[in-house]
Write a protein that binds this ligand. Structure first.
Ligand code: ASP
Length: 433
């Protein structure tokens, strides 16, 4: 059986629902369907999840919420009417409103209703059972996902052969209280279900042709990568490529369940297969970049020889609860790359602590760093590094730092914010075309 997940853009209106139905009916193995909440119909529209967060804020602060409630409910009614569905939407919405007015709903609960009601509509439309994610996706009391308990629950509530629609993005604590995953978390719901059901494949249907070799906002019509390994995808999505939630691969990589990214608006297109057998993977796997990093450089003569200095430095960052992304080192200096946001609360105290506690000669801070990654492949020709450097050199783009993955398959370069577009375009031209 195949677990099939549809993102919000594949569910924005009745026309998109029809495309989903055609896709499901084209293959009887598509037994379990996961849905996000209704997405944007056009670029000026709102995602339902964003509206629900806003609704919760209005209710909490006692702001009149009639208008936003109307906007939200109309989105569901429009689909019910267009597709002539039987689902008792009025009953569901009246109940939700009464709970909301009695201040009985948490933010997580209210926001989860986007996926819940979308799944109710879709189950009715496909003639599948609705199975609530509250029963299937189980969290530990500390808020992390409990994969073992989820697997048991999935096996119990989704026996072999059952055709079901499951809402994405949420699950429950052992006491039944609803908890959301992170934004974009329906991808993870699909992966947990594929894991629990030992699916042959996890299909993730979206509105792009697959994983693109570079950011389409920077490079015009970049090529789609036909295949990626889990590791390559993990590296690219951690570094800013935004096709799948970066945690999607973890539940399924050990079972080697392939993820197939497909386009709901062009179902015949090949898409991208992640995992699987990797038959024609050549060239590079991708180029990605993430903005808003800060480089802190600790200068001290011959610090490379000082035993324990790295530990002491990391302990200071830990004390300020700042996650260090990379630490490029030299003989007399130690660099620490952190997200700029992460040090907003402690910028000056952190600099003080580094200078004093490490007896540093000086500590420099530089904002506006972009981290670029170029992910190679096992059989990428030697000399990728040279090509990357000469490409950036040709455009006179200074490199602030370099780190390389342990297997040499990917490298990370720190460059200035204003060089971002030129660097990506240049790398694409020199390494891909
Ligand atoms: N609807 C949620 C969001 O907008 C979850 C998802 O789409 O995966 O983040």
């Amino acid at each position: 059986m195949i677990v099939t997940k549809f993102g919000g853009s594949s569910l924005s209106c009745g026309t998109q629902f029809k495309k989903v139905k055609n896709i499901i009916e084209a293959c009887p193995d598509r037994e379990v369907v996961v849905v996000s909440a209704l997405g944007r119909r056009e670029s000026v529209d709102n995602k339902l999840t964003d509206l629900l967060y806003l609704l919760h804020a209005y209710v909490r602060h006692g702001v009149n919420h009639d208008q936003i409630w109307e906007t939200i409910t109309q989105r569901f009614y429009a689909i019910k009417q267009e597709l002539e569905l039987d689902v008792d939407l009025k009953g569901e919405l009246d109940f939700l409103k009464s709970e909301m007015l009695a201040q009985k709903v948490s933010e997580d609960y209210l926001v989860s209703r986007g996926e819940y009601l979308t799944a109710k509509l879709m189950a009715d439309y496909l003639g599948y059972d609705f199975v609530d994610a509250r029963r299937l996706i189980i969290f530990h009391p500390n808020g992390s996902l409990n994969l073992d308990a989820s697997k048991k629950a999935i096996e119990k509530h989704l026996p072999k052969g059952k055709k079901a629609v499951v809402p994405g993005f949420y699950g429950a604590y052992p006491n039944g209280e609803i908890k959301l995953l992170n934004r974009g978390g329906s991808d993870i719901t699909g992966a947990v279900l594929a894991f629990g059901l030992n699916a042959v494949k996890y299909e993730n249907w979206t509105d792009v042709p697959g994983v693109l070799l570079a950011d389409p906002r920077v490079v015009k019509d970049p090529v789609t990568v036909p295949e990626l390994s889990y590791e390559e995808l993990g590296q690219l999505s951690y570094m800013g490529a935004s096709v799948l939630h970066e945690e999607t691969i973890y539940p399924i990589r050990n079972l080697n369940i392939p993820i197939h990214i497909k386009n709901t608006n062009d179902p015949e297109a090949a898409g991208t297969v992640i995992g699987g057998t990797q038959s024609h993977s050549t060239g590079i796997a991708g180029i990605a970049g993430k903005k808003n990093y800060t480089l802190l450089t600790i200068h001290k003569s011959y610090l490379a020889a000082e035993v324990g200095l790295l530990r002491k430095t990391l302990e200071i960052f830990e004390r300020f609860q700042v996650h260090v992304e990379h630490c490029p080192t030299g003989i007399d200096h130690l660099g620490m790359i952190v997200a700029t946001d992460a040090i907003q609360h402690c910028r000056f105290e952190l600099l003080e602590a580094l200078k004093n506690e490490l007896s540093a000669d000086k500590v420099r801070i530089k904002d506006g760093i972009v981290l670029l990654t170029v992910v190679g492949r096992k059989n990428t020709e030697a000399g990728l590094m040279t090509k990357v450097f000469s490409s950036l050199e040709k455009r006179k783009i200074p490199i602030n730092l370099i780190t390389q993955g342990p297997k040499g398959l990917h490298m990370i370069l720190g460059i200035d914010d204003n060089d971002y577009h030129t660097a990506i375009q240049s790398l694409y031209e020199d390494l891909v075309i």
